[in-house]
Design a protein around this ligand. Structure first.
Ligand SMILES: Cc1cc2nc3c(=O)[nH]c(=O)nc-3n(C[C@H](O)[C@H](O)[C@H](O)COP(=O)(O)O)c2cc1C
Length: 319
């Protein structure tokens, strides 16, 4: 039994006090959750994805509850980068945790434009590149489903900023490890694995799809085994850190991702059911590691992954 367990992690040059990020689109900018939890007890917030032009999003209904999860088809509703920079970003300076901007787009140029402007702001500590949104016509996911496009967009955005660049991958591909390798070679500092899984639900009385957009992205515990496998496969293919996500609600869920090779985890849908989940996970991870005499979270990263290629690398660390 040890009492002092180090739960801090490093993602690129981003230092996180805790290994818990809040998933893009599920946490606002943190403000909405501040009445319920102490934001200094989470690692950071990934902001809702922002695009070059404002977007109204998809027709309603946009959310459907499903067994052990939910389908969403928000369609990247956001005010556009100009309004966002003018009215929103200054408020993020007061957050007691890391603030990660999320960039979405429809062309390589879009991504580079939004990323450069967002990264130029001190309130934004790192960027996540959402190249994997399944809810915007054909274009949204195209980048993450095509290795060459992934490489192009990551390389172009990489040239616009030195801030930590996390690239968010889609599970809706045959070879996620191949896409991960492209993102790494093109300059990604880390990978977010996974975005939502494509799905749909049908109203059997109305004989119609239940989402206004017809199809949506499945999230929550229903996708956890898909996400753990994706992390497992990606961790064997790259050496950069992975932020594992998909249905995490407990410390045990988080541990599956860490043992598969994720260096940090992200909680999205879980926050809708219980905003205390992220703080509880941190407390339980601490207790789990302390009980096993493990002094640092990074010691267990990838331990269930034979052939793991991604030892959590801090200067001076072995392996
Ligand atoms: C309502 C909703 C909105 C989302 N919006 C975004 C978004 O704007 N950008 C993004 O990269 N991911 C978005 N996501 C995906 C989540 O960040 C997360 O990667 C995914 O839901 C899997 O994790 P979870 O099961 O913990 O929610 C959204 C998810 C939900 C449920």
């Amino acid at each position: 039994m040890v009492t002092d367990v180090d739960l801090s992690v490093r993602i690129g040059s981003l230092e996180l006090a805790y290994p818990t990020l809040m998933g893009s689109g599920c946490y606002g900018s943190g403000e909405e959750f501040a009445p319920f939890i102490d934001l200094s007890k989470i690692g950071g917030v990934v902001l809702k994805s922002v695009t070059r032009a404002p977007r109204l999003g998809n027709p309603t209904p946009r959310l459907v509850q499903t067994p052990a999860g939910m389908l969403n088809a928000i369609g990247l509703q956001n005010p556009g980068i100009d309004w966002y920079l003018e009215h929103d970003v200054a408020k993020f300076a007061s957050r007691p945790c890391a603030v990660i901007g999320s960039v979405a787009g429809f062309s390589v140029d879009d991504y580079a434009y939004v990323a450069e402007r967002l990264a130029a702001r001190d309130e934004i500590h790192a960027l996540e590149l959402n190249i994997s949104c399944p809810n915007v016509a054909a274009e949204g996911e195209t980048f993450a489903c095509d290795p060459r496009l992934t490489a192009r967009v990551v390389k172009t955005v990489r040239a616009t900023t030195d801030k930590t660049l996390i690239v968010k991958l889609s599970p809706n591909v045959t070879d996620i490890a191949g896409i991960a390798r492209e993102a790494e070679s093109a300059g990604a500092d880390a990978l977010a694995v996974i975005n939502t899984v494509r799905g749909m639900a049908i109203d059997v009385n109305a004989w119609k799809p239940r989402l206004g957009n017809v199809t949506g992205g499945l999230s929550g515990p229903a996708i956890r085994p898909v996400a753990v496998l994706a992390v497992y496969e990606v961790a064997r293919a790259v050496r950069i850190p992975i932020v594992g996500q998909g249905g995490i609600e407990t410390a045990s869920d988080a541990l599956e991702f860490l043992l598969a090779g994720a260096s940090a985890i992200s909680i999205g849908t879980g926050n809708f059911t219980d905003p205390r989940i992220p703080v509880r996970i941190v407390e339980e991870l601490h207790a789990y590691l302390a009980a096993r005499g493990v002094r640092s979270l990074r010691e267990i990263v990838g331990k269930a992954n034979v052939g793991f290629a991604n030892p959590y690398q801090y200067e001076g660390d072995e392996g």
